[in-house]
Design a protein around this ligand. Sequence first.
Ligand code: HEC
Ligand code: HEC
Ligand code: HEC
Ligand code: HEC
Length: 494
Amino acid sequence: MSEQETKKRNPKFYWFVFIGTIIIVFLLGLFASSIIERKAEKVYTLQMVKPINDWEPRNEIWGENFPREYETYLQTLDTNFVSKHCGSVNIDYLEKYPELIVLWAGYSFSKDYFQGRGHAYAIKDIRNTLRTGGNTISPQPSTCWTCKSTDVPRLINTMGAENFYKMSWFDNGEQIINPIGCQDCHNNKNMDLQITRPALVEAFQNMGKDITKATHNEMRSLVCAQCHVEYYFKSEGEYLTLPWDKGFSVDDMEKYYDEYNFSDWTHALSKAPMLKAQHPDYELFTTGIHFDRGVSCPDCHMPYKSEGGIKFTNHHIGSPLQNPTNSCQVCHREETEDIIRDVYERQEKVEQLRRLCEKTIAIAHIEAKIAWDNGATEQQMKPILTLIRHSQFRWDYVAAANSMGFHSPNEALRILGTSIQKGEEARRLLAVLLINLGVNYPVNLPDYTTKDKAQKFIGLDMNAIIKDKIEFLKTTVIEWDKKAKERQGSLMEY
Ligand code: HEC
Ligand code: HEC
Ligand code: HEC
Ligand code: HEC
């Protein structure tokens, strides 16, 4: 075609190119938005072969209708996967970080604290942990069962939340036997996502929000926020409550607890009124870039899977690093090794500051005890104990949240930074006080470099505690299971 001819081309041609381009851009736009929305589409037409009763707690019954989801759910029993900082192996955190025992002196976490594992283990693990005690030592309230079982919504429906929480942990043992499962997240009639835990609904109400108005994409994370959140047991009724009234940040929650004058326990060494952060996974996640961009928990933890041409949601919830191809590379083009390196790099920075906090706060508790022993007054100690309380809450907020900070690395580092600052400020005040009291400074520290030594230092009689637990598992638990079998409470063997 000569130049001359081009110039003389029919104007219709330009219109054609113009409109064609618009159509292509439009289609590309649709394609891009479908990539983003793809994560939240309905994957196949659901067919309910057998109707499921209201409050059906047994996962195997739901599994008859949805074998793919059920089979992948059962894979949460696999405990082989281990990454640098997470995974499904039962790592003993007290052995790994013995300072934690000093941090939790006087509180049951100093007896036993293991890394979490798959949902199907929830009942087994809460029965086994030394924190729930044995036949004679420190039984917990029934509230402790709330995040462990599909039997909980069933019981709350019959007796009401208030009455459920009020009971003792023992009283409901025989009723609660099915681990976290289908009913916790799904409506039995149409499989829509649903919220079954009153605490989350009430927390929304207190913030002036109606959780039933949440979008489908929000629901995909809110089903997890039923349990993966910070919480406390309110006053005598042990009423499960999320401290969100002032907001989601660690500063907001600290203010909330201070105003309410709440403490989980009094520290055995420093006598500080302490807060135990639980696992604010949802809250920390909402401060990160993925939440900002509309990514939800299942996008990484429950990616789609295809089997025999059918696409479904993989219910093997665990570390996304088990499967970066399906969980991260749907959105990120980087190679698998680069993706894993990104995660590890962020986690290592968080761990570095986290360890500094643990070392500082442990010493602060011990120095505070020495100050009391040498005649410090309430008035002298008060500002110091407040700093220790805040420092430890901030450390725990990041430490107890899963993912070693990956869900929101910047916020995790900010929180740990303020924890170190408060811990060191407490130690500065303690140094002046100790010198004024005539104590040699720096003080001599005891040896708490292993789990065994640290537990001895804080005065735990681990032999008695373990004996009591073994007795409990051999008597009470056997009895619970017998009664449950009689009423066909569970068919699942694990
Ligand atoms: C962008 C992806 C992504 C999203 C979204 C996400 N996570 Fe994670 N999560 C991770 C990664 C990566 C890890 C660290 C895994 C590792 O180190 O093995 C992790 C770790 C965890 C762990 C610990 C896993 C283990 O193996 O011990 C839990 C629990 C968890 N996330 C819960 C949640 C919850 C709840 C949400 C939503 C509020 C959420 N995650 C949203 C990527 C994500
Ligand atoms: C912790 C919450 C949770 C639990 C427990 C859970 N699911 Fe799901 N399930 C989800 C989420 C999230 C989706 C994706 C829903 C969406 O985006 O529409 C899903 C999707 C589904 C779907 C729709 C089809 C598909 O695969 O996407 C079925 C069917 C299903 N789940 C069955 C089950 C069964 C059976 C169990 C018990 C063995 C179970 N689920 C346990 C959260 C859960
Ligand atoms: C009913 C409460 C409950 C709900 C709902 C729930 N979780 Fe969990 N989750 C737990 C408990 C409890 C554990 C620890 C179980 C154990 O260690 O025995 C856990 C463990 C995990 C782990 C660690 C698994 C491993 O192998 O290390 C991941 C990851 C996780 N949950 C992600 C999620 C995601 C994502 C959702 C929402 C789709 C969700 N959870 C919903 C209570 C819940
Ligand atoms: C549904 C899409 C989606 C999934 C799945 C997803 N990401 Fe992302 N990720 C994003 C978006 C969007 C951003 C923000 C990047 C931007 O806007 O440029 C982001 C940002 C990041 C960043 C940079 C964050 C920072 O610190 O600035 C890292 C690292 C990352 N993702 C890792 C992961 C890993 C690891 C996984 C899997 C466990 C994962 N992502 C899964 C969408 C996703």
